[in-house]
Design a binder for this molecule. Structure first.
Ligand SMILES: Cc1cc2nc3c(=O)[nH]c(=O)nc-3n(C[C@H](O)[C@H](O)[C@H](O)COP(=O)(O)OP(=O)(O)OC[C@H]3O[C@@H](n4cnc5c(N)ncnc54)[C@H](O)[C@@H]3O)c2cc1C
Length: 489
């Protein structure tokens, strides 16, 4: 029989942050249990760009995280206060985000990223995706300014190195199947390892094993009919196990169980993403073009807001379209502005020198309707406003059923491009209710002794939508708190 101070379930960003924090706070004998093999390690965290959203007062704060960051008049990193972050959380969640959790996430974001950098995580400015050149100066929008050097792959490997240096043990190929709950205290877990069920005892357990995005059954049950067919952008291992085992012992479900982060994703991508192509299946440069369904109609306001504030909800929109398919249309004027993932060889793309030829190349498209939609769109574009991708430029359409609010360029310069997309689910929003120590609460809102949670598995933070880069930040902030609390417990 094995006994530990602390068992952590999962080995993604939240779990590893929790492990480092627990060690720092006095837990000695820590075991991290990971369902995936060592080769498939890192959960969704490994698939990320490693971009963290956090509050910073300006260059001097960024320099604390990247000590060799050079000051130059050619780059304006801007600033992003914790109130800006909180405002954005409230905006995208329509005010639904749990007040305490979002206040904690936003107010502790800087100290947490600083802590991670002091532990050894290396960051760099995100070039291209989060900035634009204005009058010769590279201007950052603020908020999502840094990413881990080497993105998700390096993020996970660096965290694993720190964990290893701290003498924390990780066991792969080990699925936790059940919590051991005796006399109203969680005192260990049951595991499935090498086809054998085994018990591992511990003084406390942290669940950091993700949401249920990789279970088609749970997607259909909680997100709705149609979601069973969504493509999964990350790991195949986040099948809601931690949620199910916690609910089984009376934990309280919390948050937006019918909601998730889902994006436009290559329509021919595999059922689960692969690490080689990883994030490159996503297709999120839609603000510079328009998106048609197979009926030949637009179905979203592509220019509603900066892509950081719309990309996570548009996957849901495409699920509701015929055959769950959309086609993103661009012309030559904006083609160079598309993210590099539009250049991958496997991208589902057609190209033509006239709009008519382009539309005729799209299988299953209502051609006459599509041509009419593009004609009406071009006629509705406001001509006297200058296109400016660095701001919400107000270059809009008027008089359409769904107007485009910003960046409404004419689609008129050949060649023309169309990219076929469907829904790619990233992670689910519903989770467990935790208190300020990240201790899991039961249905009577009382803490379950010995049980803590961090990462995707916490409910109540995100509703309907999500500000880009907040998932990793949330995993780190609440992982750090959960680790400390579990160590103290
Ligand atoms: C393609 C992609 C790109 C993204 N880009 C970004 C980005 O740049 N910035 C950002 O902030 N967010 C991004 N996200 C979201 C981000 O990945 C998540 O919010 C974050 O990684 C969640 O961390 P986590 O530790 O909670 O879960 P994970 O990293 O998914 O870790 C959960 C772990 O638990 C394991 N597990 C599951 N069940 C069990 C079990 N029964 N027993 C043992 N182990 C189990 C899994 O194998 C997995 O390793 C992206 C997501 C994807 C898919």
């Amino acid at each position: 029989m094995d006994t530990f101070d602390l068992v952590i379930v999962g080995a993604g960003n939240a779990a590893l942050s929790a492990a480092i924090s627990a060690k720092e706070n006095g837990a000695k004998n820590i075991l991290v249990l990971e369902k995936a093999s060592k080769k498939d390690r890192g959960g969704n965290s490994r698939y990320t760009n490693g971009a963290y959203r956090f509050a910073y007062k300006g260059f001097s704060d960024l320099k604390k995280i990247i000590p060799n960051l050079k000051h130059t008049k050619k780059i304006d990193y801007g600033k992003y206060t914790s109130s800006n972050f909180l405002r954005d959380m409230n905006k995208v969640t329509q005010g639904k985000t749990d007040k305490y959790l979002s206040k904690t996430l936003t107010s502790k974001s800087f100290e947490t990223i600083h802590w991670l950098s002091k532990k050894g995580l290396k960051f760099k400015p995100i070039k291209g995706r989060q900035s634009f050149k204005v009058n010769g100066i590279m201007k950052y929008w603020g908020g999502l300014t840094l990413e881990v050097n080497g993105q998700g792959e390096k993020l996970v490997d660096s965290l694993l190195n720190i964990v290893k240096k701290n003498g924390i043990k990780i066991q792969y190929d080990t699925a936790v199947t059940e919590l051991i709950y005796k006399k109203k205290i969680v005192c260990g877990v049951k595991i499935l390892h090498k086809k054998k069920i085994k018990k591992i005892f511990s003084k406390s357990v942290i669940l950091a094993c993700g949401g249920f995005e990789s279970s088609s059954k749970m997607r259909k049950k909680h997100l709705g009919v149609g979601w069973e067919a969504a493509k999964v952008r990350g790991t195949r291992h986040n099948t809601g196990d931690g949620l199910s085992m916690a609910l089984k012992i009376g934990a309280m479900p919390f948050g937006n169980w019918s909601g998730c982060h889902a994006v436009f994703h290559d329509m021919n991508g595999p059922e689960f993403s692969d690490l080689k192509i990883s994030n490159k299946y996503r297709k999120i440069s839609y603000p510079w073009g328009i998106v048609l369904n197979l009926k030949g109609e637009r179905f979203v306001d592509e220019g509603e807001d900066f892509r950081n504030f719309t990309y996570a909800k548009f996957g849901r929109e495409v699920i509701n379209q015929p055959k769950q398919v959309g086609w993103q249309i661009f012309d030559k004027k904006v083609r160079h502005m598309l993210y590099p993932e539009y250049d991958v060889k496997s991208a589902t793309m057609v190209k033509a020198n006239s709009i008519k030829d382009l539309i005729y190349k799209i299988k299953g498209m209502n051609r006459s309707k599509a041509l009419k939609t593009i004609f009406l769109y071009n006629n509705a574009v406001t001509k006297n406003i200058k296109f400016d991708p660095t701001i919400k430029d107000g270059k809009k359409t008027t008089g359409l059923k769904i107007n485009k609010t910003n960046w409404a360029n004419l689609i008129d310069k050949p060649p023309f491009y169309a990219y076929g997309v469907t829904c790619g689910i990233t992670f689910t929003f519903g989770g467990l209710k935790v208190d300020k120590n990240c201790q899991v609460l039961n249905k009577f809102r009382k803490p379950i002794k010995g049980l803590f949670a961090a990462g995707e598995i916490i409910g109540g933070i995100f509703y309907f939508n999500y500000p880009g880069g907040s998932g990793l930040m949330s995993g780190a902030v609440f992982g750090k708190i959960a680790g400390k609390s579990a160590a103290k417990f």
